[in-house]
Design a protein around this ligand. Structure first.
Ligand SMILES: Cc1ncc(COP(=O)(O)O)c(C=O)c1O
Length: 381
């Protein structure tokens, strides 16, 4: 019998529904909500009396430290931004692959991962190469076959949002580096749910949003930038915070920090960063390897139940490619309609690419999977 992994009071909404939708938006860790709300309330009542210049300067400190620990990196390797998209765009403009070079990605990736590179390529004339795959699966060998000595960047989502396929980061990093290319990873669908060691895997940059598997709020994202790139890249987005001393305020000089902090351009909803710091510290306490094992156990139960109901599971082809994102097609039932009916019955899922996507996380228990399967039976009756 599976034990609950966390105290339900840490996720007060988790007993109100069978919430299987973390790949869209997480239920927020209560401590994250509290920290973000406290910052907002303090600002509303005290303005710069409490949120003074020193406080603003050091506001990302906790999140730098917690994210570094999560990734086995250093504080200086971490930048905080408002969204994964914004950080990816700033990085893409900083790298700006030239005409004659190419950018390799997959054709099933979430658009936000690759659009920043598409936009830069339109400007520079760099070529885009997409591994098309079949259905919601891309064979990693197809990605590798597209890499050559003209490849400037290989950019993939660690876990595909639609079918939940996971790539072997170390293998792709090695292949990219063999050809002198950078390996950039979108970790929005993995960080917080799957252990990632940026040193062991050799990624050059990794970006993740706060509001999915990290159990934090909207309005904040994090980026790891490998040390060899930190003094070299000119961010696409800069502002007063980009200066090495943010209170320098001399518009005629822009001396960027020699750390990942150069990718932190300006003000933001700072409370979100404090909230995310709280949830990352919480995930560290629970342990990401335990979270992965728990989530996969739930995914196994779900897959068994779905197969008994003659559903097709799309995505991962090999065991090591599996995650707790499970996407299913029903032979006798439209996926969008099934998702709508399940949501109406408080089994919270998404419809994606003609599948029903389930995405359990640490706050889910066996009972949530059982509820989902019962509700599927009810819908099909
Ligand atoms: C893989 C991936 N990257 C990025 C995003 C969007 O990130 P953000 O909202 O932080 O820009 C999503 C959202 O679903 C996603 O699945």
């Amino acid at each position: 019998m599976m034990e609950p992994l966390v105290d339900p009071n840490d996720f007060p909404a988790s007993r109100k529904s069978a919430y299987l939708n973390t790949a869209s938006v997480t239920l927020m860790y209560r401590g994250a909500e509290k920290a973000a709300a406290k910052w907002m309330a303090d600002l509303a009542t005290d303005g710069t009396i409490t949120f003074d210049e020193a406080a603003e300067e050091s506001v990302f400190g906790e999140l730098h430290r917690a994210t570094a620990e999560l990734l086995n990196a250093k504080e200086d390797d971490i930048a905080v931004g408002s969204s994964a998209t914004e950080l990816m765009a700033s990085l893409a403009w900083a790298v700006a692959p030239d005409r004659g070079s190419n950018i390799v990605g997959t054709g099933i990736v979430f658009p936000s991962t690759i659009y920043p590179w598409v936009r830069v390529a339109r400007h520079t004339g760099a070529e885009l190469r997409f591994a098309k795959g079949r259905g919601q699966y891309v064979d990693p060998d197809e990605v590798i076959a597209l890499i050559d000595d003209q490849t400037a960047v290989v950019c993939v989502s660690h876990v595909e949002y639609s079918g939940g396929q996971q790539y072997d980061l170390a293998r792709l990093a090695r292949k990219a580096h063999d050809h002198g290319a950078l390996f950039v990873v979108d970790g929005a669908q993995s960080l917080g749910a799957i252990p990632i060691d940026v040193n062991a895997s050799g990624v050059d940059a990794l970006i993740a949003s706060g509001y999915k598997w990290l159990c934090g709020p909207f309005g904040v994202a994090v980026m790891y930038l490998a040390p060899h790139l930190q003094a070299r890249l000119d961010p696409g987005v800069v502002g007063f915070r980009s200066h090495e001393n943010m209170w320098d305020l001399q518009p005629t000089r822009l001396d960027l920090p020699k750390t990942a902090r150069r990718f932190e351009p300006s003000t933001m909803a700072y409370g979100s960063a404090l909230g995310l710091a709280a949830s990352v510290m919480y995930l560290l306490r629970v342990g990401v390897a335990r979270i992965r094992d728990h989530n996969l156990e739930l995914a196994d139960l779900l897959i068994d139940g779905l197969r008994e109901r003659r559903a097709d599971i799309v995505g991962p082809q090999r065991d090591e490619e599996r995650t707790s994102i499970v996407a299913a097609r029903f032979p006798d039932y439209d996926a969008a309609e099934m998702a709508r009916r399940l949501n109406a019955a408080r089994v919270v899922v998404s419809a994606r690419q003609s599948t029903v996507r389930f995405s359990p996380h640490l706050y889910n228990e066996r009972a949530d999977i059982e509820r989902a399967l019962e509700e599927i039976d009810r819908v099909r009756r």
